[in-house]
Design a protein around this ligand. Structure first.
Ligand code: PRP
Length: 175
């Protein structure tokens, strides 16, 4: 990956925001009349989370959690740890975890178990991207923006070695 370059645009900004709006409307309908705590998984989810939030019409609070499973390489270490925890009390609250990508499913399997232990009223996951071809767990998100092939995805929050997160579109790395 010494001479990595940015590939084609898989999803542009308009497509991403349109999809975020659709899913936010679906989520708002489900939680109508109730409160929701949206938890973003740092760092990758920040851009997708901000798009979703704009279109949620229920009473919404936000929080963050940081679970890391990748070092600075293109493959998962398989080891997950919470390096920054949520601030809010989740007991008997509706919780929506917002993720950038579900790959093997290791991170969210671990995270959901930890969050479930706090006895929320409900616990769901909205991911911008799903890469089912890489799944090694039974994890399935409740809301999925787009399904992607087994490429090294970058942009709109996703990085390679902390770079490319700021691209306003979803792309991939190519040699
Ligand atoms: C990425 C991504 C997911 C996870 C997906 O996080 O944001 O949390 O990997 O992989 P998995 O399904 O195989 O567990 P990363 O640890 O790279 O942190 P980041 O969000 O800060 O980039």
């Amino acid at each position: 990956m010494a001479h990595e370059t940015v590939g084609k645009i898989l999803y542009d900004y308009d497509q991403i925001t349109a999809r975020a709006k659709e899913l936010a409307e679906e989520i708002s309908k489900k939680y109508e009349g109730e409160e929701l705590i949206v938890i973003g998984t740092l760092k990758g989810s920040v851009m997708w989370m901000s798009e979703l939030l704009k279109y949620l019409t229920v009473d919404t609070a936000i929080d963050f959690i940081r679970a890391s499973s990748y070092g600075s390489s293109t493959t998962s270490s398989g080891v997950v740890k919470i390096s920054m925890d949520t601030e809010m009390n989740l007991y008997h609250k509706n919780v929506l975890v917002v993720e950038d990508i579900v790959d093997t499913g290791t991170t969210l399997t671990y995270l959901l178990k930890k969050l479930q232990d706090r006895n929320p009223k409900s616990l769901e996951v909205c991911t911008m991207l799903d890469k089912p071809s890489r799944r090694t767990t039974g994890f399935q998100a409740d809301y999925i923006g787009f399904e992607v092939d087994d490429l090294f995805i970058i942009g709109f929050g996703l990085d390679f070695d902390q770079k490319f997160r700021n691209l306003p579109y979803i792309s991939y790395l190519q040699d």
